[in-house]
Each structure stands twice: as structure tokens, then as C-alpha cells.
Design a protein around this ligand. Structure first.
Ligand code: SF4
Length: 325
């Protein structure tokens, strides 16, 4: 495959085909630099050299009644994660201030639930109103399945973006979750966008799915025209049904990021959960495809601190995005 020609075609507005996307994932390690260069040309054209830092706030932890097989917060997972109910408005505002101090441009409040209760939604909305007044940071929320009215309530409070991942392909999804459907998830993404919020929607690679499933997810996201795509890398959690899944290699992760960038050229591609344990010494190379990343850890697992991440971004010649930019 001529990767340079592929990137030229993407830059000319011609979408890659499913066969080409699959070829990216099937390529050997000797072709990795050519693939990353193709992804980088597209990233540079649409996103410049900036890297957007995002911070997650686990707002309600460890008590979800859904059964997603990868999730340590699911019912039936014996994972020993922290269990606590909804945080207070004060705690959520304090989290936003900390995220801003770490140079994050986005603060994402996440609850482990099928969907928000009336009280939980009101708590989040009040926190969003206060954060909007006090902290120069964009706000994302991830609260499970939403109906149209709930989406409108969040948008009216000032939520900029709503996260709800598809997680994997339509074909593979029933193997990782049986308590809700792929279409439930798509309906939530559509409700969020219809209410005026941007959609953050991605998935996890390395759950035992095929390379074709990864391509199918990327194309599903393209058809939804989501603004941001978090690409998570499976970090098997003890006590979950996927605890013993085969680990990814760092170069497999990089090909995955490049494929998501080439299929979704204008989306914000985020190197997300599992970055440190899966990419290891190759983490800086992720920036050639991805233009955003989480810092300060994830919902139930630790990550690197913001200082290390900011140093990595600068050492690689990229620029930490700021709210003023
Ligand atoms: S709905 Fe979310 S929090 Fe609940 S089990 Fe699935 S991934 Fe985990």
C-alpha cells in the first residue's frame, strides 16, 4: 500500500475504504512509520500540533447494574474498585478547578450507571452551571443512556459535549454486553447531538474482537459524524469476564489510532484508557495520530501525572492546547 498516496486522498476529501482501513491494521511493523506519517499528515492538516488534555472525574463509582464484560464497575465484577454514590456539587466544582490547574481544556464528569436519575441529573447540571461561572474549562459529561429531555436539560445547563461510547462493532457488541443494545447507545449519541451537544463516542480495542470489528466501529463513528473519538486500549481488569484477554502490542495500538484518524480525519482522536500499559515506551508516537489524551489517570485505574504527560508532549515537539488558543 502507498500510505503517502492514501493520506493525499484523505486530504483531498476522499474517504478511505473499509479494505484500506483493514490494510492499515494488517500491515507489518516494518510499515508502521509510513502509516503513522500518513495519519500525521491528516492530523497536522486538521488539528495542527496541538494536544488537548482531558481530565476524568469518577462522579459515581462501582455500582452499575449493567453487565459490560470489560468494566470493573459492572454488576457481577469482583474487582474491588471504590464504591461510592453521587459526589456533591462542591466536589465536582473542586475537580474542575484541579483539572484546570493541570492544564486540561476539558473536564469530564462520569457516572457508572445505566442512565442518570432525576436527582443525579440535577446535581450534575448545578455543578455545570457553577463550573461555567468559575472555571475556564470545557465541560463533558458521561452519564449512561439519555433520553431527549435529559439531553436537552444537560445542554441547557451548559454541557459542551456528551460522551457515550459504542465500545466495539455492532457485530461484537452483544458478546460484551447483554443489558442494553447497540441501538440504545446510538440513540443516546443522536439525542445528545440533537440537543446541541457535541458527541464524544469511541470504543475499546483488544476485547477479543477481530480487526474487521475495529474497522466497522471506525466506520460506524464516521456515519454518526461524531466530533471526538476516544480510542481505549484494553487493560484487563481482574474480576471481570475479560480478565484473561490476550494483550495488545504497542504497534497494534498505533495502527489502530492511525486507522481511526484516516477513517475520521476531522474528528478529535483521543489516545484514551490503557495508554500507559499498552503503548509503554511508544506513547509519544500516539501523538502523530491522536490530538488529545486523558491525563491524571482514568476512572478506576491510575495513569501518569499531568507533569509527565506535558513533558512528553513538549519533548515530542507538540503543543499543549490551552483554553485561550
Ligand atoms: S454501563 Fe458503563 S459503568 Fe455500567 S457496566 Fe457498562 S461500561 Fe460499566
Amino acid at each position: 500500500m502507498n500510505w503517502n498516496a492514501l493520506s493525499e486522498r484523505v486530504l483531498a476529501g476522499e474517504g478511505v475504504t473499509r479494505e484500506e482501513a483493514l490494510a492499515v491494521l494488517n500491515a507489518g511493523d516494518e510499515e508502521l512509520m509510513g502509516i503513522l506519517d500518513a495519519a500525521y499528515r491528516v492530523r497536522l492538516h486538521h488539528c495542527g500540533r496541538e494536544v488537548r488534555l482531558h481530565v476524568l472525574q469518577n462522579t459515581k463509582s462501582g455500582m452499575c447494574r449493567e453487565n459490560c464484560a470489560f468494566c470493573s464497575q459492572a454488576i457481577g465484577a469482583y474487582s474491588g474498585v471504590d464504591r461510592y454514590g453521587m459526589q456533591t456539587v462542591q466536589e465536582l466544582v473542586a475537580g474542575a478547578k484541579e483539572a484546570h490547574a493541570r492544564q486540561a481544556v476539558k473536564y469530564c464528569m462520569v457516572t457508572a450507571t445505566r442512565g442518570p436519575s432525576t436527582d443525579e441529573l440535577e446535581t450534575v447540571c448545578e455543578a455545570v452551571r457553577q463550573i461555567s461561572q468559575e472555571v475556564p474549562i470545557e465541560i463533558c459529561t458521561s452519564l449512561g443512556l439519555l433520553n431527549d429531555a435529559q439531553a436537552r436539560q444537560l445542554a441547557a445547563a451548559g454541557v459542551h459535549r456528551f460522551n457515550h461510547n459504542l465500545e466495539t462493532s455492532r457485530n461484537y457488541f452483544p458478546k460484551v454486553c447483554q443489558t442494553h443494545t447497540y441501538d440504545d447507545r446510538i440513540a443516546t449519541v443522536r439525542a445528545a447531538r440533537a440537543a446541541g451537544m457535541e458527541a464524544c463516542c469511541g470504543g475499546i480495542i483488544g476485547m477479543g474482537e477481530t480487526l474487521q470489528d475495529r474497522v466497522d466501529l471506525a466506520f460506524e463513528l464516521r456515519s454518526l459524524e461524531v466530533e471526538a473519538i476516544p480510542v481505549n486500549f484494553m487493560d484487563p481488569r481482574p474480576g471481570t469476564p475479560l480478565a484473561d484477554v490476550e494483550p495488545l502490542t504497542p504497534t497494534e495500538c498505533l495502527r489502530g489510532l492511525a486507522m481511526f484518524r484516516l477513517v475520521n480525519p476531522v474528528s478529535e482522536i483521543r489516545v484514551a484508557g490503557g495508554r500507559e500499559v499498552n503503548l509503554r515506551h511508544l506513547q509519544p508516537l500516539a501523538l502523530y495520530a491522536a490530538n488529545s489524551m486523558f491525563t491524571e489517570g482514568y476512572l478506576t485505574t491510575a495513569g501518569r501525572g499531568a507533569e509527565d504527560d506535558i513533558n512528553m508532549i513538549r519533548d515530542a515537539g507538540f503543543v499543549v492546547a490551552s483554553m485561550a488558543a
